[in-house]
Design a protein around this ligand. Sequence first.
Ligand SMILES: *Cc1c(COP(=O)(O)O)cnc(C)c1O
Length: 225
Amino acid sequence: MATLPSLAHNYAQLQKQIEEISQQTPYPSPTLVCVSKTANLQQMEQLYQLGVRHFAENRPQIFMDKYRSFHHSDIIWHYIGSLQRRPVKDIINQVNYFHALDRLSLAQEIQKRAEKPINCFVQINISGEESKSGLAKEEVEEFLIKLQEFDKIKPIGLMTMAPKGASKASCFTIFDSLRHLRDQLQTTTSNPQLTELSMGMSGDFIPAIQAGSTFLRIGSAFFAE
Ligand SMILES: *Cc1c(COP(=O)(O)O)cnc(C)c1O
């Protein structure tokens, strides 16, 4: 388990790298989200003290436990895992950003349970890998049009994951096509608020920044010893 010196070192290193790469692109610097799913509360507290405010979890029960025990009013919570309908009611009103909207039945459940509009990323399976969840590129336009009926769903962008072990070049191609898709959907679905791109993890955040990511979801690079 990473200790305070390594957490501080990793965080500083990440910030520096993100800034450096970002400066070589025409895009603004993305928001760094700490994926704390493998971390304990003490490590999260240490990261909070270092200045981290964005935390992401991917299991409903662990999210709820951490949400209850981590007492800072200015934490920005992200939920990044695939979600069944049943736990939606337990978590959706505590989440600031939901990154895994991938089907209409889930949108219906969020609509039913949310007390305010929820910032949602539509998850896309750009690479077409069978093991990955998310909509196919071709399905997104119709999906976004259907979402217009749901006043508790605020689609703010697209999310994707590159296949494990993909080269930097093929990650870039995947992330770049997600950006193109977002730009195209802003006009075809008259969704001007579809501005965000949730892409880039520990192994592929460099090509993600180069392709215009606005939210990086980074876990293991924070917690390496
Ligand atoms: C775990 C996870 C991450 C972070 O992955 P790392 O490789 O540890 O940075 C990002 N996104 C999703 C959806 C995850 O489940």
